[in-house]
Design a protein around this ligand. Structure first.
Ligand code: FAD
Ligand code: A2P
Length: 335
């Protein structure tokens, strides 16, 4: 990938200190619902104490960690590792880098039966193995943790050199909770991280958060409070399934960006701006297409020559997935 003068300088992230085959034993120290209202989804903010393990102090906001469920799967093998983004800042929840956190959504699905309405087992409920195990754990339980994972989805070394557009769907908010904490709140007074802290970040920060219903918003009151006390921070909520004046499905995060290009245009044009997108696999397709159609492709995207002559409005999902890549100014974490 070509490096341009406006590309961010990123810190050296530590990786794979504990492998899934040799995880550390950590401890759950908190677990509370972080969803705004009564909802069909269940999402918990879970704190994990890494004290005394080689993982203490190693995570940067934006990285993820592995959880290994200490059970055997249906084939008699150990469960495979599942990754979770940390929702804590780089200095941890405690300012010492000992306590990390995540935003875990219980995976609950009914196996669709449209292809076989007479299937012998009916249409059973699937409870995701790891997310439900993690959400079931009480404070004080042991947990097997690996990581850190990921090196590019992190804040730049000098955060004040840039402005930010953070785009999240659902639990994709996790890394932004940590990053926004780092930019706008800072480490607890008296902690070692506080002594080294560069102070509140004055950069422009926009969080565009997409959920199905208003009740599904995560960390909502914390984010609203921050937006009301920091004029440089704007919290945009994008609700997809609530009734609209006209018929049709509500907006996704890229529709919101597109509809408000009058507002975001200047920011997207600026050499300082970085885009971070985290959440549902596929959310990048809409974002890339919106950016390219609006004429911001050169800053944030690398387009393969095979589709360079095609107007972005005609790009197919498959072409975008295979032939468009983000530049260093556009960070992506989708799952
Ligand atoms: P699994 O048991 O792995 O099931 C997953 C899916 O497999 C089910 O939804 C279903 O579609 C299918 N399936 C399972 N069993 C059956 C069956 N018997 N029959 C048919 N289909 C079946 N998640 C978060 O909540 N928060 C995060 O911050 C987060 N960050 C992530 C970061 C990264 C980098 C990545 C890669 C993933 C992240 N995830 C996050 C997702 C997380 O890793 C898990 O994938 C998620 O929690 C589901 O895992 P599970 O073990 O609960 O579900
Ligand atoms: P939808 O109503 O179409 O499903 P959650 O993880 O809590 O379910 O929230 C995911 C949010 O992301 C929902 O509002 C969902 O809308 C939306 N969404 C679904 N697909 C995409 C996509 N491709 N790009 C952006 N947002 C999406």
């Amino acid at each position: 990938m070509t490096v341009h003068p406006n590309d961010p300088l990123l810190p050296e992230a530590k990786m794979h200190i504990a492998l899934p085959g040799a995880p550390v034993v950590a401890r759950i120290v908190s677990s509370e619902s972080c969803i705004r209202g009564k909802s069909a989804s269940f999402v918990r903010h879970i704190g994990i104490d890494l004290s005394g393990t080689p993982l203490e102090g190693t995570f940067l906001a934006g990285q993820s960690f592995g959880v290994i469920v200490p059970r055997i799967d249906s084939k008699g093998r150990p469960h495979k590792v599942r990754l979770y983004s940390i929702a804590s800042p780089s200095y941890g929840e405690d300012g010492f880098g000992r306590v990390i956190s995540t935003t875990c959504k219980r995976t609950i699905e009914e196996i669709p039966d449209e292809n076989d309405p007479k299937r012998s087992d009916g249409h059973p409920l699937i409870l995701g193995v790891c997310s439900n195990w993690l959400c079931d754990q009480s404070v004080g339980s042991d947990i097997l943790v690996s990581g850190p994972n990921g090196k590019r989805f992190v804040l730049p070394t000098n955060p004040s050199d840039h402005d930010y557009i953070f785009m999240a769907t659902g639990t994709g908010i996790a890394p932004f909770r940590g990053m926004i904490h780092e930019l706008l709140v800072g480490p607890p007074a008296g902690s070692p991280a506080h002594a080294k802290w560069k102070g509140l970040c004055q950069s422009k920060i926009h969080l565009v958060m997409g959920v199905p219903y208003r009740t599904d918003l995560l960390y909502d009151s914390w984010l609203r409070d921050l937006a009301s006390t920091h004029p440089n921070f704007t919290y945009h909520t994008v609700i997809s399934r609530e009734p609209l004046p006209q018929l049709g499905h509500g907006p996704h995060t890229h529709h919101y960006l597109d509809a408000r290009l009058d507002f975001f245009g200047t920011l997207l044009e600026s050499k300082r701006t970085l885009i971070y997108a985290c959440g549902l696999a596929g959310m990048q397709v809409g974002i890339f297409k919106t950016l390219a159609i609006a004429g911001f492709g050169a800053q944030y995207l690398t387009v393969h020559e095979e589709i360079a002559a095609i107007a972005p409005s005609h790009w197919t999902t498959e072409q975008i997935k295979r032939r468009v890549r983000p530049t260093h100014r556009c960070m992506l974490e989708v799952y």
